[in-house]
Design a protein around this ligand. Sequence first.
Ligand code: CMC
Length: 392
Amino acid sequence: AGVFTYDPGFTSTASCDSTITFIDGEKGELLHRGYPIDQLASKSHYLEVCYLLLYGELPSAAQLEDFESRVTNHTMLHEQMHFLFRGFRRDAPPMAIMVGVVGALSAFYHDSTDITDPWQREVASVRMIAKMPTIAAMAYKYTIGQPFMYPRNDLDYASNFLRMCFAVPSDDYEVNPILSRAMDRIFTLHADHEQNASTSTVRLASSSGANPFACIAAGIACLWGPAHGGANQACLEMLREIGTVERIPEYIARAKDKNDPFRLMGFGHRVYKNFDPRATVMKQSADEVLDLMGIDDNPTLQVAKELEKQALADPYFAEKKLFPNVDFYSGIILEAMGFPTSMFTAIFAVSRTVGWISQWKEMIADPQLKIGRPRQLYVGAPKRDYVDIENR
Ligand code: CMC
């Protein structure tokens, strides 16, 4: 026996020390290595933020160039992996393919991931950040029956991803710089978020010393659920289902009804209780993208804006401190870019990979590292004697 603190959902348990990300949920503040997310989203770009998360400081121009060249060196996926893709059904959700393919990287790199060796940890980290966009884009191409596009290393991270998703070998696809900037911002805003469910999953899986690629696959699995990364897909599907502003009150009433399991997707957060600073930037970005693309009558955006207004004016949401989170507006941007909803969470997984890796690196290097092993309060049957099958 023993006396343990009971904390379902870990609402008041810190699982580690960390120097990577700070969140003040009351103030709606998110800092990476001390830098506010709104400054990073407007002044920096994804690969620079990756460097900051991984190494603790903003890079000099030479350090950034070196990091970008190391990442671009690893963007290709081994040709043999193509066979793995071909084993999936065409209608498989891209997230299902990603869980499998990223897990399978552990089979490719089983001999070069001695996690006690800092150099090998470094190579594994760069490989993962470099290959995730390629894997996500291949998952998409596979499900729509188009040929895989190889990465182009003269393009920046976001442009390369958009090209791998939307180009076909026979055309001269030009990446729209507005969309590329918006894509980069989506990556940046999702890069890390301290000990959320998928990051905690990666830490717990890695605490046993397991292969890092397999641990990231575990993180992708956790991210998939609608309460976490899957909320971006669920949110856009909900906005489409609502369809017109006239129907909003009906959905708000459903979200408030305790006998109805329906929740407003893209609303609420475990830590943010005033606003989600990522949502503020995302909303601006959605406006910019639709404006620059000349889409001024997007019905989904109109429903989103009106839903936000009505929910925020409703005492139920005010009392429970429920506000739009990062995923409330991201789907509108991704939809305008041409992504199907099934790709939304896969894109979140690409972005969050650097957070998972940074947290993994920090944990592995921690001299206090112990295997994660929660305890429980046992509430089952008391000790009893085995009963032979004929006597049951
Ligand atoms: N719509 C309606 N009611 C809600 C919602 C919502 N979206 N979110 C929470 N509530 C209510 C909930 O019913 C509960 O009420 P009561 O106290 O009367 O039982 C109260 O608010 C607290 O909710 P909780 O589920 O105990 O809070 P939590 O901190 O465990 O959950 C959450 C946080 C994000 C899972 C939850 O707010 C939710 O399910 N939101 C919708 C899904 C979503 O948008 N998730 C994305 C999170 S941000 C991206 C990411 O980091 O993955």
